[in-house]
Design a protein around this ligand. Structure first.
Ligand SMILES: Cc1cc2nc3c(=O)[nH]c(=O)nc-3n(C[C@H](O)[C@H](O)[C@H](O)COP(=O)(O)OP(=O)(O)OC[C@H]3O[C@@H](n4cnc5c(N)ncnc54)[C@H](O)[C@@H]3O)c2cc1C
Length: 422
């Protein structure tokens, strides 16, 4: 796991771009039937969005479950070479014979790192922790997250004071830090490419009527995952951001920006299940908290219907069919008023709550289109499923918003296509 032996062209194999659950699955499936695989991830760790979840529906197991199995399969398979902190710069050639140029960011912490943490104590600089969606801080040298794979520290060069400081270098007993490290460019020869570049949350500040970014106690669904996680910014306590108080009432606002021509025109398919799942976090940690979920239609895949029905039996959870028009704040209390049209009652309602969770949808991560002129995208920016005859195939949420089960299935199919494409 590194870019140590880079700089020379590699043997033929499959390139998998994106090391989330889809990319990891495509990599292990292709490698376990004998193909050489290069797995490339832009972040310093594998796992994608899933490792930032508190629990998965429907089984409510922590992400570490499936992640550990997959990372072990990757670690133990000599046919998989993994490059983290790496991006594709250029793809040339043709199906069966692509030449890919990649760049690995300057690796200022090498594999000698034991994650002992002595460097952190000495580092004088703090940064916003993007893993926790800005709700916590790390030092300029940090472990990306508690179960990061690879398990080693990284340095954020945008805030690190470099050699003028070098306190981390002095503190490190393992000679693991090199502040002079530079980015490394290298080439790979591959027969096919799998784009498993995944998704990002829709920018909630764009819905001005919903108050995200203006009112502290309006958070998004991905933030709620981190708030509920024991390794998250509150140590797993459900607290509202303005004052750390345990909320007595929470509103879940579905379709926050989804199924809306001005934002995301499509349904992300998982947000209803994600909010129902999050209501179980609240039930477990704050049993007296009242919850209300505002929805347009409750969309649940048949596979998870039983789970959905069970969650809805919670008497502390009220489901109200109606689109939320506006959220306002009482600045003296930080409480929020949710205004919605109750479709079934045919009336406008106003509910005061102590915290709001916006169920924002999933947008495709941008793939630089110039990199791969032959790759086709649909109107929303997802990789078009019909691109396969170009030697390049999409997998998982790069193709459509999907849950983990469907992403894994799709990635397995993508691996098969990548094997036969040449
Ligand atoms: C609030 C919420 C809760 C959810 N909860 C659940 C749940 O409980 N159960 C469930 O089944 N599903 C859940 N999902 C869906 C789940 O998150 C997705 O199914 C899963 O993340 C899909 O994995 P992926 O690998 O396709 O994409 P991602 O997880 O997005 O991984 C993509 C990876 O590609 C990397 N990448 C992107 N661009 C590049 C590039 N150019 N070069 C290199 N690397 C790149 C990214 O850094 C990332 O690591 C939830 C979704 C939401 C919004």
């Amino acid at each position: 796991m590194s870019s140590e032996n880079v700089g020379e062209a590699k043997n033929e194999g499959i390139l998998v771009v994106g090391g989330g659950i889809s990319g990891m699955t495509a990599a292990v499936e292709a490698a376990e039937v004998g193909k050489k695989v290069y797995l490339v991830e832009k972040e310093p760790y594998l796992g994608g969005r899933v490792v930032r979840m508190n629990q998965y529906f429907p089984k409510l197991c922590p992400p570490v479950c499936g992640f550990e199995i997959n990372s072990r399969r990757i670690k133990q398979n000599p046919r998989i070479e993994t490059f983290v902190s790496t991006q594709v710069k250029k793809i040339t050639g043709r199906p069966g014979a692509f030449v890919v140029t990649l760049e690995t960011k300057a690796s200022m912490v090498n594999d000698n790192c034991t994650a002992c943490g002595k460097c952190i104590d000495q580092c004088p600089v703090e940064r916003k922790d993007d893993f926790n969606y800005g709700m916590a801080k790390t030092k300029a040298i940090f472990l990306p997250h508690a179960m990061a794979y690879p398990f080693k520290y990284v340095i954020d060069p945008s805030v690190c004071k470099g050699k003028d400081c070098a306190k981390c270098v002095e503190a490190c007993e393992y000679d693991a830090i090199d502040l002079d490290a530079v980015p490394v460019e290298f080439e790979l020869n591959v027969t096919s490419v799998v784009f498993a570049t995944g998704w990002k949350p829709y920018d909630a500040t764009r819905m001005e009527n919903l108050g995200f970014g203006k009112f502290k106690n309006v958070v998004t669904n991905v933030m709620m995952e981190r708030i509920a996680a024991v390794d998250g910014p509150t140590g797993g306590k459900i607290q509202r951001p303005s004052d750390g108080k345990e909320p007595k009432s929470i509103a879940f606002v579905q379709c926050a920006g989804s199924r809306d021509e001005n934002h995301l025109a499509y349904c992300s398919g998982v947000c209803c299940m994600a909010s129902l799942k999050q209501s179980t976090y609240v039930k477990e940690k704050l049993p007296d908290c009242n919850m209300e979920m505002f929805y347009i239609d409750l969309r649940v895949a048949p596979r998870v219907e039983e789970f959905s029905v069970k969650v809805q039996e919670n008497e502390k959870l009220k489901l109200t069919k109606g689109k939320v028009a506006e959220i306002t704040e009482d600045p003296s209390t930080g409480n929020l008023t949710v205004t919605a049209e109750d479709t079934l009652a045919g009336e406008k309602i106003h509910r005061e709550v102590e915290m709001v969770v916006l169920a924002t949808g999933m947008e495709p991560n941008p793939v630089v289109k110039e990199l791969v002129p032959d790759l086709e995208f649909d109107e929303h920016g997802f990789v078009h499923p019909e691109t396969t005859d170009k030697g390049i195939v999409g997998a998982g949420c790069a193709k459509a918003p999907l849950d983990v089960y469907s992403s894994v299935q799709d990635a397995t199919a993508a691996a098969l296509k990548a094997i036969i494409l040449r």
